[in-house]
Design a protein around this ligand. Structure first.
Ligand code: ADP
Ligand code: MG
Length: 256
């Protein structure tokens, strides 16, 4: 597999009229209806919505893990019909390989490329340092805290140098302090790598902390109910009155 070393690639994600209908046990469920949006290269977009509003379904469709019933998704002009090499995925539940060390978890995707071993090792070492896991290279997932597991998840997603980083409630299982710390580090990584980010969360404060733009979802059927551009400089402070105004605005979008 060819692997792109440059950072100039344009990640333009386009989601057009996406609908998803599941045939649930109590009859059909319209998990998504007519969802459309675009993300510019380098933009940080959060999707926020209550439980059941179709966020994970959207994540799975954009990640090529699930097929849409209607509509389509494209990344940099390519139609997404399965896992795309230019998308790095981070799950809430980590999904690490328990039998692999930190280093080997991060190296997983790179082992499937034709990169020389020395180059692979160099990349993995850089990623370990980027996510702050130096000293834990040979540890196994079971010995790591939740925050550290998610650092591994993040490094693994970044390993192939994707232009799009796609995350589904990645910090949802972490305590407040670890969560804040990882949010700061993710912003730092984003600023350094200029990735395009689609970050899914049910946490309004998290969305206002992170996003350039917030897509507010509504449930039954899941659709985009409101779009909020967050015009606040970073780093953002939760005690800033303007932060509070955005928080209220998004929360209202969810309550409506
Ligand atoms: P969220 O991540 O916002 O909580 P989901 O995308 O997980 O929302 O779910 C949206 C809706 O689709 C919910 O009503 C959920 O019960 C339903 N759903 C999700 N996955 C399936 C499935 N595999 N089969 C049937 N219904 C599903
Ligand atoms: Mg979900």
């Amino acid at each position: 597999m060819a692997i792109d070393d440059g950072s100039t690639d344009d990640a333009r994600l386009s989601v057009a009229n996406v609908g998803k209908r599941y045939s649930g046990q109590q009859g059909p469920v319209q998990a998504l209806e007519d969802v459309s949006f675009e993300i510019r290269p380098g933009e940080f977009v959060c999707v926020v919505g209550p439980s059941g509003s179709g966020k994970t379904t959207l994540f799975r469709i954009v990640g090529g893990l699930e097929e849409a019933t209607t509509g389509n998704v494209s990344l940099n002009g390519d139609s997404v019909t399965g896992p795309h090499p230019d998308t790095g995925i981070v799950f809430q539940e980590y999904h690490l390989f328990p039998w692999r060390t930190v280093r080997a978890n991060i190296a997983f995707g790179l082992e499937r490329t034709d990169l020389p071993e020395a180059e692979r090792e160099r990349r993995v070492a850089d990623l370990i340092s980027l996510v702050g896991l130096s000293g834990f290279e040979d540890s196994y997932p079971k010995s790591l805290s939740g925050g550290m597991k998610q650092r591994v998840g993040l490094a693994r997603a970044l390993a192939m140098d994707p232009s799009l980083l796609l995350l589904d409630e990645p910090f949802g299982a972490l305590d407040a302090q670890t969560k804040t710390r990882l949010q700061d580090e993710l912003l730092d990584i984003w600023a350094r790598t200029e990735k395009t980010v689609l970050f899914i969360t049910h946490d309004v404060e998290e969305a206002v902390t992170l996003a350039d733009r917030i897509l507010v979802m509504d449930s039954d059927p899941g659709r985009i109910h409101d779009v909020v551009d967050v015009d606040l400089p970073r780093p953002r402070s939760r005690t800033d009155p303007e932060f509070g105004e955005y928080y209220e605005r998004v929360l209202e979008g969810i309550r409506d």
